[in-house]
Design a protein around this ligand. Structure first.
Ligand SMILES: [Zn+2]
Length: 374
């Protein structure tokens, strides 16, 4: 059946424009369209009332874990996807080249949410425990990477976790290998930072334009900021080269204080993601919208937090059909409300922020169809 839809009465946030305006959004089949064209061409037009709500491109979460069948931490993709107003999620390294096929069959092909993947540089991803880079024989070769990236369009980059507990005696070596593979593929690396070793003065120099540093604002020792609240020289240089910082909230990787200090001294944009999985879904992460609400409470504007989960996230992984409201692109939309309610929101350090408003999902549209309604 043909699909001619007009969404009315909403406040539109176009991440490629400034400000918020009240206008109609049209959809023809699975693509965004001018509402005038919908009226001219449509026979039976389907109207969606977005009264009192905001309309934005479908939100993109660059860091989730949804590989239920091979990892104990995997969470249901649609639960953290379309049901939370997130149309595209990127599984960040739960799978590697040895078990990606299972992720594809059990999650990617089974979900209404668009599921993409950063492939772990370790062959089994997180499927064989959480010290995946401690054994150098578990690293994916350039040949294996080239073969799987050529075959699987849902794989958008590499993932390498740089924490002492992950790399053990290997130190910086697995990231050097990831750099080598990424250069051969011309794909970004998402690098997780945490407790050293390796230290950030070894990690950042290996990263180039387009690479993503997730957990950028963690509150652990040896983070991106010195005690005065300024970036380490290597981190500042990486930002200058075009390395993207990403929130990656997670159980223990997002600190209000770190982000506040960063905000006082820097205006460089970053992306917002959750690192959501089974054990942090209830607490402290909640959802992408709750994570965005935390940043709103820290003084970022609504347009800015929307940009951080739409156009900026899309560009980071080379998507041109998502994250935008341009006519002719994939009609993925997030319709949400800003709900006035005093709510306590906690970061990964246990710090509570009492906020006055939170984002709430209302309607999720994917490929032109309503897939969720609150
Ligand atoms: Zn993660």
């Amino acid at each position: 059946m043909s699909n001619y839809t007009i969404i009315q009465n909403g406040f539109v946030i176009d991440p490629e424009k400034n400000g918020i305006d009240q206008r109609e959004i049209g959809i023809i089949e699975s693509k965004l369209a001018d509402s005038k064209d919908v009226l001219e061409q449509g026979t039976a037009i389907n109207y969606i009332d977005a009264e009192g709500a905001y309309i934005a491109p479908g939100f993109i979460d660059l860091h989730v874990h949804v590989f239920k069948d091979a990892t104990t931490l995997g969470i249901e993709a649609d639960l953290v996807g379309i049901q939370q107003g997130v149309t595209t999620i990127v599984d960040a390294g739960s799978s590697g080249c040895a078990n990606y096929q299972l992720l594809k069959e059990t999650v990617i092909q089974q979900s209404d949410t668009e599921v993409l993947a950063f492939l772990n540089i370790a062959k089994d991803g997180l499927g064989a425990g959480l010290s995946e880079l401690a054994d150098p024989t578990n690293l994916m070769s350039v040949e294996e990477a080239t073969e799987i990236f050529a075959r699987e369009p849902q794989i958008v980059g590499l993932k390498a976790r740089m924490s002492g507990s992950v790399v053990k005696e290997q130190g910086i070596a697995p990231l050097k290998h990831a750099r080598f593979v990424a250069d051969a593929l011309h794909k970004p690396i998402m690098v997780h930072i945490g407790n050293p070793p390796p230290y950030l003065n070894e990690v950042f120099p290996l990263l180039g334009k387009g690479d993503i540093v997730t957990h950028a604002f963690h509150g652990k020792k040896h983070g991106i900021l010195n005690e005065q609240g300024y970036l380490l020289a290597e981190a500042a240089e990486a930002l200058q080269r075009g390395v993207l910082f990403d929130v990656g909230h997670g159980t223990s990787s997002f600190s209000y204080q770190t982000l506040q200090k960063f905000k006082e001294n820097y205006t460089e944009p970053f992306s917002i993601s959750t690192d959501i999985y089974l054990n942090n879904y209830d607490n402290p992460v909640g959802s992408l919208m709750l994570t965005m609400s935390k940043l709103l409470a820290l003084g970022f504007t609504l347009e800015e937090v929307v940009r951080a989960v739409t156009i900026r996230a899309a560009k980071a992984i080379g998507l041109t059909e998502q994250g935008t409201l341009q006519n002719g692109t994939q009609a993925d939309l997030t319709i949400f409300k800003l709900h006035d309610e005093r709510t306590d929101l906690v970061d990964s350090e246990g710090v509570v922020l009492t906020v006055n408003r939170v984002l709430q999902p209302k309607i999720t549209v994917r490929n032109g169809r309503v897939v969720f309604r609150q």
